[in-house]
Design a protein around this ligand. Structure first.
Ligand code: ISE
Length: 338
């Protein structure tokens, strides 16, 4: 195989982003089929893709199209399992957006199917592992110069959320990024996690608890404090301060000019996550293509996706119990050991 011929399943917002990205910026890959349960959605996807892309409303047919040799899944998380399992069954490499699925039980089915097939086919779209800033921080920490990381202070703030965003989604949709990227950043594993509910913002819609404060402890004893605050109203604001034995390393902010004007010094904050991580998505998808062509996977594996979901389940449980909940993975299977 010298180029990926991709069926993209799910033509919503992130699906359309990836169609545009793959057709215009990614080497050795093109979209040959698009699929969405809503035909109008699939047609829109085909329009963005251009050319004579095939249009499907049934993901089984799209994935098994003989011209297709790879799959991208961009449906909502609750609908990832079906197409990912179908791609594994067809023996085709599959990139699925995060989370791998919404529950650990469903992730386990995917992990079991991939192990049974004996081939690494699944990559999960945790794009922060490809972000320049996180990689710069990781390189500094890995150099050993700053000593061991001890405490991480993180914020995950968003301008606002849709009315169907739930209290659990603060974990499963939002904090899931920190859940995946932070153990990778500091070479550690989660041990126990807890969620505390501060006073709810008057800007949160009916029934939503926001902000939330999450405390996550690693097996190595590092403590992470994470503020998830999705109605902050001032932009998309991701911060990560790593307090080490000999120094403190901060994740760089997106670079905008600092402006002096009208008795103020100010710097813009990014509007949303698509813009904040746009470069990371490009690097991530190209890396998936390169790995798939070489018969391997990069980034987060199905196992990483499973572990993230186990951790998320524990945090969601803690949203009601209010105490630390253990993260029990049962240990990495040999198949996923690097
Ligand atoms: C999205 O995937 C993100 O990347 C954002 O960081 C997060 O705030 C949002 O909830 C997710 O859907």
């Amino acid at each position: 195989m010298d180029a990926l011929k991709i069926a993209l399943i799910g033509c919503g917002m992130i699906g359309r982003e990836h169609i545009e990205r793959i057709q215009n910026r990614i080497k050795n890959a093109s979209i040959v089929a698009v699929c969405d349960v809503f035909e109008a959605g699939a047609q829109k996807g085909a329009e963005i893709a251009g050319g004579d892309v095939k249009v499907y409303t049934d993901f089984v047919a799209a994935i098994n199209d003989p011209e297709v040799n790879a799959v991208v899944v961009t449906t909502p998380g609750a609908f990832h399992k079906g197409p990912v399992l179908e791609a594994i069954k067809a023996g085709k490499p599959v990139f699925t957006e995060k989370p791998l699925t919404n529950t650990a039980a469903e992730c386990k089915e995917i992990v079991d199917a991939e192990i049974a097939g004996g081939k690494h086919l699944v990559q999960v779209g945790f794009m922060r592992r490809y972000d320049r800033g996180y990689n710069q921080v990781k390189e500094m920490l890995d150099s050993g110069k700053f000593g061991a990381p001890l405490v991480l202070k993180c914020t995950h703030r968003a301008d606002g959320v849709a009315p169907d965003y739930t209290t659990a989604m603060a974990v499963t949709d939002t904090a899931i990024h920190e859940i995946d990227v932070l153990p990778w950043l500091i070479n550690d594993e989660w041990d126990e996690v807890m969620c505390i509910m501060p006073k709810t913002s008057s800007k949160a819609h009916e029934g939503l608890k926001d902000p939330q404060v999450m405390m996550l402890k690693t097996k190595g004893g590092v403590v992470v404090m994470l503020e998830v605050n999705v109605n902050c109203g001032f932009g998309y604001d991701i911060n990560c301060e790593v307090v080490c034995e000999n120094g403190v390393v901060n994740l760089p902010c997106p670079s905008f000019p600092t402006v002096r004007y009208a008795n103020n010094v100010s710097t813009k904050i990014e509007d949303n996550w698509i813009l904040r991580f746009i470069d990371s998505y490009d690097v991530e998808i190209q890396d998936w293509v390169d790995h798939a062509l070489a018969g391997t996977t990069g980034g987060s594996s199905a196992w990483d996706g499973y572990v993230a979901s186990i951790t998320a389940d524990a945090l969601v449980k803690s949203q009601t119990t209010g105490v630390f909940e253990k993260v029990v993975t049962g240990g990495t299977p040999d198949f996923y050991k690097k």
